[in-house]
Design a protein around this ligand. Structure first.
Ligand code: ZN
Length: 161
């Protein structure tokens, strides 16, 4: 188990474009394991490599639906509909805000063996994937927030992506 430091908003690494992964290495496998550990430790439902300071197109998602999703070089190829809900981020600790995103997406990515796959997602899973893919292109959800960013109070801690 390896925990990595989660970079916080204001750290320039969070605003940079990530490079695609060309080949799987032991180093990247370790990174991916650590990303899952770090996400679970932070009670998040997603984490992208730049959040732990690595500018590679890798993100992980677990929204509690019994699946652990890994996306390498993900690309959202279809977006349909709209959903508006609260969103948080492990790199913007203690805050949440309202964001509108696509209701339904189709994403193309590579798996841990660098094999391509396609997946469709709706609702909160689609939201989490869109949030993480944004990280890989240097964008935080705070750029999309409609209205104010709210402070999380201890007693109603939100799930954070
Ligand atoms: Zn985030």
């Amino acid at each position: 188990m390896g925990l990595r430091e989660i970079r916080q908003q204001g750290d320039p690494v969070l605003n940079k474009e990530c490079k695609p992964v060309k080949e799987m290495t032991d180093r990247l496998r370790d990174l991916i394991d650590d990303m899952f550990d770090t996400m679970y430790e932070g009670n998040g439902c997603g984490l992208a490599a730049p959040q732990v300071g690595i500018l590679r197109q890798i993100c992980v998602v677990d929204i509690g639906d019994e699946n652990q999703y890994l996306f390498i070089n993900p690309e959202i190829v279809e977006k349909e509909g709209e959903q508006t809900d609260n969103e948080g981020c492990l790199s913007v600790k203690g805050y949440y805000g309202q964001v509108t995103r696509a209701q339904h997406i189709k994403v193309k990515a590579l798996d841990i063996d660098m094999e391509p796959f396609e997946m469709e997602a709706d609702d909160f899973l689609a939201r989490a994937i869109q949030h993480e893919v944004d990280h890989l292109h240097g964008h935080l959800y705070t750029e999309l927030v409609e209205g104010d960013l709210y402070e999380v109070r201890d007693e109603d801690e939100e799930a954070e992506d």
